[in-house]
Design a protein around this ligand. Structure first.
Ligand code: GDP
Ligand code: MG
Length: 166
């Protein structure tokens, strides 16, 4: 079995915990429970005839001016930057985190533009967003609420991790 550590980063409230809940347990809740520190969940999936165990590190939302928690990146094979398409500031924060995280650990990177079930509400047009997407190995528009693209995102990430592992 291949075991891989994957971190989730992003401003608080973007849906990191909800994405993990949807992927691991198939549930969604509207209740907002702030993650304190870090919570690690495991999920085993099959990928190219291999058992892959993803260790998902759900990390407390960082505030723009707080210290980026780079120690969580130790040993990580990938990280997912989650942004909320209803909040412009979350994209700016996400890109700041990405810039810092990439310097700490040049691992695989994923952008999750979350809350696709809600109306888009930010200043960027699709072309500008494409420029941000291009900074990541993979990018998805997700909804932790409806489950749209959630499984697909983790599955495709696992495929890259397995390919890299060989
Ligand atoms: P975190 O701070 O990044 O872990 O964010 P949470 O997962 O705690 O989510 C923050 C709030 O946004 C909660 O009230 C969730 O129910 C809500 N939320 C998360 N993902 C989605 C989504 O895809 N769609 C909608 N409509 N709400 C979401
Ligand atoms: Mg959380």
């Amino acid at each position: 079995m291949i075991q891989k550590k994957v971190c989730l980063f992003g401003a608080s409230g973007v849906g990191k915990t909800s994405l993990v809940r949807q992927f691991v347990d198939g549930i969604f809740s509207d209740k907002y429970l702030t993650t304190i520190g870090v919570k690690v969940d495991k999920k085993r999936i099959e990928c190219e005839q291999q058992d892959v165990q993803l260790m998902l590190w759900d990390i407390e939302g960082t505030d723009r001016y707080s210290v980026f928690q780079e120690r969580y990146l130790r040993g990580a094979s990938a990280y997912i930057v989650v942004v909320d398409q209803t909040r412009t500031s979350s994209l700016i924060e996400g890109m700041d985190i990405h810039t810092l995280a990439k310097q700490v650990n040049p691992c695989l990177t994923v952008l999750a533009v979350n809350k696709s079930d809600l109306e888009q509400h930010w200043h960027w047009n699709e072309r500008q967003l494409d420029d941000y997407r291009a900074l990541f190995n993979l990018s998805f528009t997700t909804s932790a609420k409806t489950g749209d693209n959630v499984e697909r995102m983790f599955q495709q990430l696992a495929e890259l991790l397995v390919a890299e592992h060989k």
